[in-house]
Design a protein around this ligand. Structure first.
Ligand code: ADP
Length: 561
């Protein structure tokens, strides 16, 4: 279009403002539009600009400028409806202008101008729509990528954790994998303790994680930390520092954390812990991330449950295996014990039976010495039998009964025992001495009195049994380091050093010509040791060797009466 000759109309230009005002009055009167849609104030600047632009168009005939103007209207957010109204305004303006200039053909020019404006407007609208589409597409693409990554990580987590049945390794793998895949600054897993009181840090990434793990970091399950809140609500929790705000960090946060996502680990409806993901960016997590992360956490919770069940099963299997071994050992011991007992019972019984048969068969001289000897053999073997049976019974009793011990005086027990052995010692020609003064009234021990008596009797009995006539047996009592010590020393046949530990085994007897025929079943010392140890004490022996005498020392914890 050619520029119009506007000389005649130039005067009108100076009246644009008034013309606009006039337009607005018309507008207010509802001539152009419904008031429900447009308020006049909204159109005023628009009407002015349009009037100016239209005049410029009439002068220059520049369609491109009108086109650009339309695009500008669109960019400045003018809606379609407004655009239509602007069209009305222009027509009206045109007719007023015509009245001023009496120019024909104005309407076509208005329409031309309007056409350019609308084209510009529509072109800009299309561009905007395309841009918006692109923006939405790329946002969707990003979300999809993120979600895919979350699902891929969930799958990877499932693959790695399914084969990992050791809980510690499983948790470490999980935090490392999630931290690395999502470029997070810190990932941590807390598990709730048995009492449901504390959430204990069990795995965490990086150096900070190592420090916190070493310090056994824990948070209250009912506390105000993000971990506590997530545990209480059983729901995921997103927390971020808003721009310009000072961080109000939770106690689970690291120093540079700006945002955190905490998710519950749930199995069978129970919250067993949480996963905390932290970032130094405040916009690191969005609510859309929750779905993907929760899938990971559900898988993780199942893997944790499996690892725990496995550890439990292993523990039980271990306990069972141990119990089975113990049973087997007990069975073997029992068999050996029965074998030994029957064997040991047989010897004295054969002697008794043999001599009794001799006597019954009249094969012995009834009035003579043979008869006495036979009776003595019978008596000695009966005594050995009865000693053995009472040792066996006492031994069985220690493991079967747990009768309460009482506080007793060891000095009194030793004195009672000595009184019984004086006659035996005198008969054997062995000097029996005692030094009990070092242990005065204070020597109290915790034991059953019959057990203590059996300990003393067995040691004294052995000392006399293995000390030939002319020898000596001495008993000493003293107190040392909160312990009461009992020593029975003899000048008898002694014990070879290499056998000194073995004599405490059940049925063990040192085999030597000197010892044969002295009776006993090799149970006495085993019984003494079991009793002493059951009261928290110990027994030891010292002998320089054969014919060098032996010294037995028993130590028991001293108690204050
Ligand atoms: P027992 O005396 O009934 O044979 P013990 O268990 O009391 O059984 O003793 C085991 C063995 O230790 C004895 O057979 C003996 O060989 C040795 N023994 C124990 N006490 C003494 C001692 N005072 N002197 C030398 N040998 C001893």
């Amino acid at each position: 279009m050619n520029a119009l000759n506007l000389t005649a109309s130039e005067a009108a230009e100076t009246h644009v403002a008034e013309l606009t005002a006039l337009l607005l009055q018309n507008l207010q009167a509802g001539l152009f539009t419904s008031r429900a849609f447009l308020r006049p104030g909204d159109l005023r600047p628009e009407a002015e600009t349009q009037a100016q632009a239209f005049l410029a168009y009439l002068r220059t005939g520049d369609g491109n400028a009108a086109h650009r103007h339309g695009a500008q209207l669109c960019s400045s957010g003018v809606g379609d409806l407004t655009l239509v109204h602007v069209g009305h305004i222009l027509r009206r303006f045109g007719s007023l202008y015509l009245a001023e200039t009496a120019r024909p053909g104005y309407l076509e020019q208005v329409e031309e101008y309007q056409g350019h404006v609308i084209q510009g407007y529509i072109a800009q609208r299309s561009t905007n729509i395309l841009e918006e589409q692109e923006r939405i597409r790329s946002a969707l693409q990003q979300n999809l990528q993120r979600y895919t990554l979350q699902l891929e990580t969930a799958a990877e987590l499932a693959r790695t954790t399914i084969s990992s049945l050791e809980l510690g390794a499983l948790l470490t793998t999980a935090v490392d994998l999630i931290g690395e895949r999502f470029g997070l600054d810190y990932v941590a897993i807390y598990l709730v303790d048995d009492a449901n009181r504390n959430a204990e840090l069990r795995a965490a990434t990086g150096n900070e994680g190592r420090i916190r793990l070493a310090a056994r970091h824990r948070l209250r399950t009912s506390g105000a930390s993000t971990v506590g809140k997530c545990l209480a609500s059983k729901r995921p929790l997103l927390t971020a520092v808003r721009t310009g705000e000072a961080p109000a960090p939770s106690s689970s946060w690291l120093q540079h954390t700006q945002s955190e996502m905490v998710l519950p680990l749930i199995t069978h409806g129970l919250v067993i812990g949480v996963l905390s993901a932290q970032s130094s960016r405040s916009d690191a997590f969005s609510s859309q991330d929750i779905t993907g992360f929760q899938i990971m956490c559900d898988q993780l919770a199942n893997a944790i449950e499996n690892a725990r069940l496995f550890a439990d099963a292993q523990q039980r299997a271990g306990d069972l295996a141990q119990a089975y071994d113990q049973l087997k050992e007990l069975e073997t011991l029992k068999d050996k014990f029965m074998q030994n007992v029957s064997h040991e019972l047989r010897t004295p019984l054969t002697m008794i039976r043999g001599y009794a048969e001799f006597m019954l068969g009249g094969q012995l001289d009834v009035a003579g010495a043979d008869h006495r000897d036979a009776l003595q053999v019978i008596l000695r073997n009966s005594e050995a039998l009865s000693e053995m049976v009472s040792d066996i019974l006492a031994m069985l009793e220690i493991s079967a009964t747990k009768t309460a011990a009482t506080v007793i005086s060891i000095a009194e027990t030793v004195e009672d025992s000595l009184a019984g052995f004086h006659i035996v010692a005198a008969r054997q020609g062995v000097a029996l001495g005692a030094a009990l003064d070092a242990c005065s009234q204070d020597c109290w021990v915790m034991a059953r009195s019959d057990h203590l008596r059996r300990i003393v009797d067995n040691l004294l009995g052995n000392a006399l049994k293995f000390t030939p006539a002319g020898g000596q047996v001495n008993v000493r009592l003293w107190e040392e380091d909160q312990r009461v010590c009992l020593e029975v020393a003899d000048t008898g046949i002694g014990i070879p050093p290499h056998l000194q530990e073995r004599i405490f085994e059940r049925f063990y007897q040192v085999d030597s010509a000197q010892r044969r025929g002295r009776g006993g079943a090799g149970l006495g010392l085993a019984l003494v040791r079991e009793l002493v140890e059951s009261y928290g004490g110990s027994i030891s022996v010292f002998s320089a060797g054969v014919d060098q005498g032996s010294t037995f020392t028993v130590m028991l914890p001293r108690v204050v009466a």
